[in-house]
Design a binder for this molecule. Structure first.
Ligand code: THU
Length: 136
């Protein structure tokens, strides 16, 4: 990923490293596909999660579930930056369900490191259904 701002780039690399580190804790005996996810909260907290599978395959907890759970368990707030990686440390995309999950807690402005570079959640999940739709 190229970026004109070195500080920003360094922060992204740190966040990715956090995702790589937690991917090693994944519990993925069925798919053998480890995932690590990391996010920054609006107060600078780093939140991480790994996928946790289940013998009942459909009950899997994606890595993003851990991030969102940790967000709330450690004081709440909003997600501002997000990245997730596979077991080889390569950036991957959040699944559709997890894009929705991240949208709820980061909104359209959530910055994401994706397989096609830095993108906002609005680009990754356009015209999302979200909390505002329930206000009407
Ligand atoms: N997985 C995640 O943890 N996050 C995603 O966004 C994509 C998929 C996990 C679920 C399952 O344990 C494994 O990857 C294979 O689908």
């Amino acid at each position: 990923m190229s970026d004109s701002c070195c500080v920003e780039q360094a922060q992204w690399e740190e966040l990715k490293q956090a995702a790589v580190a937690v991917s090693e804790r994944a519990y993925a005996p069925y798919s053998r596909f480890r995932v690590g996810a990391a996010a920054l909260a609006d107060d600078g907290r780093v939140l991480v999660g790994c996928n946790v599978e289940n013998a009942a395959y459909g009950v899997v907890l994606c890595a993003e579930c851990g991030v969102v759970s940790q967000l709330h368990a450690t004081g709440g707030g909003r997600l501002t930056h997000f990245v997730c990686v596979n077991g080889d440390g390569e950036v991957i995309m959040p699944c559709g369900r997890c894009r929705q999950l991240l949208f709820e807690h980061g909104g359209p402005g959530l910055e994401m490191w994706t397989v096609s570079g830095l993108r906002t959640m609005a680009e990754v999940l356009p015209d999302a259904f979200g909390p505002d739709d329930l206000e009407a």
